[in-house]
Design a protein around this ligand. Structure first.
Ligand SMILES: Cc1cc2nc3c(=O)[nH]c(=O)nc-3n(C[C@H](O)[C@H](O)[C@H](O)COP(=O)(O)OP(=O)(O)OC[C@H]3O[C@@H](n4cnc5c(N)ncnc54)[C@H](O)[C@@H]3O)c2cc1C
Length: 431
């Protein structure tokens, strides 16, 4: 079984009708390259506006990160408000945060309006801290309420430990507006709607070359081609050498997930919350119950060089047992990895290379809401409806630093892991 098929979501999809491989010349208004959630969202917005869309996917719909992730849909980005404001200014950072809230609602609305019941959304996320930070957490809650009218609930150590039977957690913040879901079923639901609206989806159809002829572009695959005046590239962490400027502008980062065997009673001795759970560390764990509480889906760790998922699965199990020693005997059923695209500034890269060539990528580990807004604002820009995508202009295509840049990412991650460890140990000693 390939690593992709070993993914829990692939094993639990409701239905998936395969889409054809492109084997002819296709005329379109817009050619979208990459059928992850960024490409699917953009293609759907374009098709809803009446555009003829051709969507090319090298493998299968949502074969990349979009069909393999933790399934947590929450506001924000892969970097902090302070860092965003530091580069773009406070006003722009506030507008970007509002957009990130909108991203959560776009996904929620699509699930409801397209009746994607098998996306199985479950409300609530818990952000837990392994070190004492109550004052900071409460201040942040107050600021979000005052600035955005967005209300979160602080949870004390006692409240958190009544839900999560672990002596690691010191406090937490509950977000009732965020949710978690089955991202692959959601992506397949978007694809189905795109097709219903007349969009043409091609799987096993890698874009190999883009050439320009007058106002039109020709996108070649192994067995066919698309002619379109507008091309949108949404290839995420799987962006290949198709457009060199894009390849040089991001670092592909691998991250890992496991799902346990079915063990409802044992899991019930550890986790008594249906919310998704993530901790505040830079090298955080995130997890949630699936199959009605019978399994845990657990994610974490990053590497710049893709590691063997089973080996990383063992490390994730150790992290699970470090948090919940009562789960020592639980078996891991499946492990898999996925690649995320990170820009050096950690923000999405959304814009155009020239009049007909657009890109929308680098959603990092926070792609479920941000691909929704990225796909939406880029499609609105192509349609001439809005220039909201320019909010991302301060976060352009910067060189990724080559081999040294990649090595720096891995070293920074290890450094953060070490800092997390020291901070946690200090906090445990004081309590
Ligand atoms: C294990 C894991 C856990 C995560 N957990 C979360 C989470 O809980 N919450 C959250 O918000 N985010 C999470 N993320 C991040 C999120 O999944 C990504 O940010 C998001 O899915 C990226 O979407 P995308 O459309 O940009 O790229 P992808 O979904 O990776 O799609 C890109 C597609 O482009 C295709 N492609 C590449 N080159 C070509 C070409 N030349 N021609 C045609 N097609 C091509 C690829 O085959 C791929 O299908 C996680 C990521 C991973 C890997």
């Amino acid at each position: 079984m390939s690593e992709y098929s070993n993914n829990y979501y692939v094993q639990t999809i409701s239905t998936h009708t395969p889409y054809p491989c492109l084997a002819q010349t296709e005329e379109a208004d817009v050619c979208v390259i990459g059928a992850g959630l960024a490409g699917l969202t953009a293609a759907l917005v374009l098709a809803r506006a009446g555009k003829r869309v051709a969507l090319l996917e090298a493998e299968r719909v949502a074969w990349g990160a979009s069909g393999r992730n933790g399934g947590v849909v929450s506001p924000g980005y892969s970097t902090s408000f302070a860092k965003i404001a530091g580069r773009a200014g406070v006003d722009c950072a506030k507008q970007l945060h509002r957009l990130s809230l909108e991203g959560v609602e776009i996904v929620r609305k699509n699930i409801a309006s397209l009746n994607i019941g098998d996306a199985n959304p479950i409300d609530g996320t818990l952000k837990v801290s392994r070190f004492e930070n109550s004052t900071e957490a409460q201040k942040n809650i107050q600021w979000l309420e005052q600035t955005f009218g967005y209300s979160l609930e602080f949870k004390s150590k006692e409240e958190i430990r009544s839900l999560l039977i672990s002596d690691k957690y010191m406090n937490g913040v509950f977000n009732p507006h965020a949710f978690h879901f089955h991202p692959l079923n959601y992506a397949l639901g978007l694809a189905k709607e795109l097709e219903r609206l007349g969009g043409h989806i091609f799987e096993d159809s890698r874009a190999l070359k883009i050439s320009t002829k007058g106002a039109s572009r020709r996108i070649e695959t192994a067995r066919g081609a698309v002619h379109a005046p507008v091309v949108l590239i949404t290839c995420g962490g799987y962006t290949d050498g198709l457009v060199r400027t894009l390849t040089r502008s991001y670092v592909p980062i691998s991250t890992y997930m496991v799902v346990t065997e079915r063990a409802k009673d044992l899991i019930g001795t550890a986790i008594k919350s249906s919310s998704s759970i993530g901790d505040t560390r830079r090298s955080s764990d995130y997890y949630r119950l699936v199959d009605g509480g019978a399994r845990i889906l657990w994610g974490g760790m990053i590497t710049t060089k893709q590691a063997e998922p089973a080996r990383l699965g063992t490390l994730l199990k150790q992290r699970m047992v470090d948090t919940y020693p009562q789960l020592a005997d639980i078996r891991i059923d499946r492990s898999w990895s996925g690649k995320m695209a990170y820009a050096r500034h950690l923000m999405p890269q959304i814009g155009k290379l020239d009049d007909g060539l657009w890109y929308c990528m680098s959603f990092g580990g926070h792609g479920m809401n941000t691909t929704a807004i990225g796909g939406t604002v880029i499609a609105q820009a192509i349609l001439g409806q809005s220039d909201r995508y320019t909010l991302f202009t301060p976060f352009g295509l910067e060189w990724n630093g080559g081999v040294a840049g990649t090595a720096a990412v891995q070293l920074t991650y290890w450094y953060y892991q070490f800092r997390d460890f020291l901070q946690e140990r200090k906090s445990q000693q004081m309590n």
